[in-house]
Ligand binder design. Structure first.
Ligand SMILES: C[S@@+](CC[C@H](N)C(=O)[O-])C[C@H]1O[C@@H](n2cnc3c(N)ncnc32)[C@H](O)[C@@H]1O
Length: 218
């Protein structure tokens, strides 16, 4: 018996029995096992051997190998025209770049379930620009962190700046989690503003070829 965390549990509820899933960044494979137990076909991929091996063991133990295809793949490398893409727990800009390199595949996809770790606004903008509408949005709390889950389907719709910023369905629901989520975002922005005006400065430094932001007391 496997137990999913709140975030993966919400994601699993968004998949229909007829969907053929391509899960990018499957890690331990627990979401995929849960889907397979509900008779849903999953092509689960990860770009690292470690997570793939743990997924392999879990899938074998749970006896669902017949409904899960496991591959070592960087993003869309091993994509086989599955209709439903899941990407969760990966940074928003990495997700966008993954799709940018594979725009041609968008024609096979009718549903995207995306839960980026950050840059949620940019992710919404990107998929709307590329012919998708926001079908559903869920905020879910897991171990004290609130995550956004977006479901995109094919279509054209006009969104306001406010919709893109907060998410149109999040705005409509405006539930308790919505308030908590944006209160905490506002709080961290206020802290940054305070730091900037108060003896701290930000500068960019090149470190190991990566640009990192550092803060230092003056
Ligand atoms: C934090 S885990 C998230 C696991 C699971 N999807 C979840 O939401 O709990 C991110 C996984 O994505 C994988 N990953 C990162 N970039 C990837 C890429 N370009 N292609 C495939 N997998 C990737 C990592 O190796 C890691 O196993």
């Amino acid at each position: 018996m496997i137990k999913l965390n709140n975030r993966l549990n919400e994601i699993s509820k968004l998949v229909n029995v007829n969907d053929k899933v391509y899960d990018i960044g499957c890690d331990h494979g627990l979401l995929d096992i849960n889907l397979a137990k509900n008779k849903i076909y999953v092509h689960a991929v990860d770009n690292k051997e470690g997570p793939l091996n743990s997924a392999k063991e879990n899938i074998k133990r749970e006896k669902v190998s017949d409904l899960i295809k496991l591959d070592l793949s960087d993003g869309f490398e091993k994509y086989e025209k599955e209709n439903c893409i899941i990407v969760s727990g990966i940074g928003g800009l990495t997700i966008i770049n993954m799709f940018k390199k594979n725009l041609n595949n968008l024609k096979y996809i009718d549903k995207l379930i995306i839960s980026p770790n950050n840059f949620q606004i940019e992710v919404r903008e990107f998929f709307i620009k590329h012919g998708f509408i926001i079908e559903n949005e869920i905020l879910v709390k897991d171990k004290n962190i609130i995550y956004e889950i977006e479901v995109f389907t094919k279509g054209k719709k006009k969104y306001t700046k406010k919709d893109i910023y907060f998410g149109p369905i999040n705005l409509k629901n405006k539930n308790k989690l919505f308030k908590e989520y944006y209160d905490s975002k506002l709080k961290s922005k206020k802290i940054i503003v305070k730091l900037m005006s108060n003896k701290y400065f930000f500068r960019k430094r090149k470190l190991n070829k990566e640009i990192v932001m550092i803060t230092k007391e003056l």
